[in-house]
Design a protein around this ligand. Structure first.
Ligand code: FAD
Length: 452
């Protein structure tokens, strides 16, 4: 790589950033990919890491390895903490070391994180599902709760540990609820001596009156029926108005209030754009929408800064949703626009090709919507499987995932159940152990009740 080449810096190597980098493979440019993690994450399968189906390595290959054959790309681990749009320079923090990186063109693809709708204090008790850290923490909490249930002295002490509450009935919430239900009803038989995992309650809550918001009505109803058949309690038109260590406060549409005692709470209710979007908008004189997404021109560039592109979940354009296809196509478009301009050609507006939506509910059950076509059940699940294998990054990851799926879906196993105390208690500090009795009887539930 020579320094005279046009330098494209891509911030974020999720779907949008990776597709942008790949689209520049044959372009006469030098590419620098910066990400605050060392891996490219396949977010749609995070819930399977949390529920012991897949390992984190299956869905998060190292970025360096993914891009190793693309000689015009170099990879940098670091979080972009500042942007000087006027000087075309970024400040990057790599494990406490600051570096300044200049660019000729910039593609910002830093995605989104969980939104607690102004109640960030809920995060401590109800992790979201956006990163490998989140998924491993949730895995620690789910399997940790089952361990504590095994030690509980009676059914009353056990119940909150065997209650799993998921807030948000969009695709992530539905997939999580289905997987936790299947884990408890199917995969864990004969694993515990003092309770039957089938007795676990899985509760899915949402403030609106349907599951799977982005899907057509018929598929929503189908998905809800499938969940209920799996034993998931679907509570719609129910708002969560409080979250603490021991459970959730809820309010239904008729104003009635209530309480759910649940030690494991998972937040799948909302997203907000990565904070870099707001910072970039301030520095470049752009605007953000209510979710903090940066409003872009039809070609995905910033007004007044044709050299800066914002793509993927961070981009606000034509009401496009935060889905993987939008990210891939917009990343690809930004890269192609840079090469078009280098060849002296005009930029074209971004046109999104909607390839449909899908969600899986449990093994052999999914819903798929493609244009006017609707699929449910086994056929939809096979389609889901095919698409996910096709879009996973790396041959080895595909093979590993298919092997793990065979174990989990054809058999009953969940091989990826390793948990660590560090992960399970990641957001909290573990209190000093409190000895309740010394006669060896399983009476530690009250002592451990304050762990989270
Ligand atoms: C649990 C879950 C399930 C989903 N399921 C589906 C699904 O079934 N179908 C579907 O179409 N979509 C699904 N999505 C949405 C889809 O994953 C996103 O739309 C897509 O990942 C967005 O891609 P992106 O590249 O814009 O952002 P991301 O994939 O979020 O990537 C952003 C990258 O930027 C990096 N980054 C962030 N801030 C900085 C910074 N300051 N400096 C450097 N790097 C930074 C991050 O580490 C990350 O690698 C799901 C999302 C989640 C969370």
């Amino acid at each position: 790589m020579t320094s005279e080449r046009h330098k494209v810096v891509i911030v974020g190597c999720g779907f949008a950033g990776l597709f942008a980098a790949r689209a520049l493979k044959r372009a006469p440019v030098e590419v620098v990919v910066i990400d605050k993690t060392n891996h490219h994450l396949f977010q749609p399968l995070l819930y399977q890491v949390a529920t012991g189906v897949l390992s984190e390595g299956d869905i998060a290959p190292p970025i360096r390895d993914v891009l190793r054959h693309q000689s015009n790309v170099s990879v940098m681990l670091g979080e972009v903490v500042d942007v000087e749009a006027a000087n075309r320079v970024l400040t990057v923090d790599t494990l406490g070391h600051a570096t300044r990186v200049s660019y000729d063109s910039l593609i910002v693809a830093t995605g989104a994180s969980s939104s607690y709708f102004g109640h960030d204090e809920y995060a401590r008790h109800a992790p979201g599902m956006k990163t490998i850290d989140d998924a491993l923490e949730l895995r620690g909490r789910i399997f940790g709760a089952l361990e504590i249930a095994e030690l509980a002295p009676d059914a009353i002490a056990r119940e909150p540990w065997l209650t799993f509450a998921i807030v948000g009935a969009g695709p992530t919430g539905v997939e999580l609820a289905g997987q936790i239900a299947e884990l408890c009803r199917r995969a864990l038989s004969s694993n515990f001596r003092h309770f039957d995992p089938k007795s676990a309650r899985v509760i899915l809550l949402d403030g609106v009156d349907h599951v799977l918001g982005p899907f057509p009505e018929r598929l929503r109803r189908h998905a809800q029926r499938d969940l209920e058949r799996l034993g998931v309690e679907v509570r719609l038109s129910t708002q969560v108005v409080g979250v603490d260590d021991e459970g959730l406060d809820i309010k239904s549409a008729d104003g009635a209030t209530g309480r759910i005692a649940a030690r494991t709470k998972i937040w799948a209710a909302g997203v907000q754009a990565s904070p870099l979007g707001r910072l970039l908008a301030e520095r470049a004189g752009a605007t953000v929408d209510r979710a903090g997404r940066v409003e872009v021109q039809p070609d995905c560039s910033l007004p007044g800064h044709p050299e800066v592109f914002v793509v993927g979940d961070l981009m606000a354009l034509n009401g496009l949703g935060g889905v993987a296809e939008v990210a891939m196509q917009s990343g690809h478009h930004a890269a192609r626009t840079i090469t078009r301009r280098l060849r002296g050609r005009e930029a074209k507006p971004f046109r999104y090709l909607d390839l449909g939506t899908m969600a899986t509910i449990a093994r052999f059950r999914a819903v798929v919507s493609v244009g006017r076509l609707r699929f449910t059940g086994f056929l939809a699940w096979v389609m889901w499987l095919f698409v996910h294998v096709a879009f996973m990054t790396g041959f080895k990851n595909r093979v590993a995932a298919v092997a793990n799926w065979a174990v989990a879906f054809l058999g009953r196993g969940r091989r990826q159940r390793t948990i660590t105390k560090q992960q399970a208690l990641a957001r909290t500090t573990a209190p000093a152990p409190q000895i309740v009795n010394t006669n060896g009887s399983p009476a530690v539930a009250q002592a451990t009740a304050s762990q989270r």
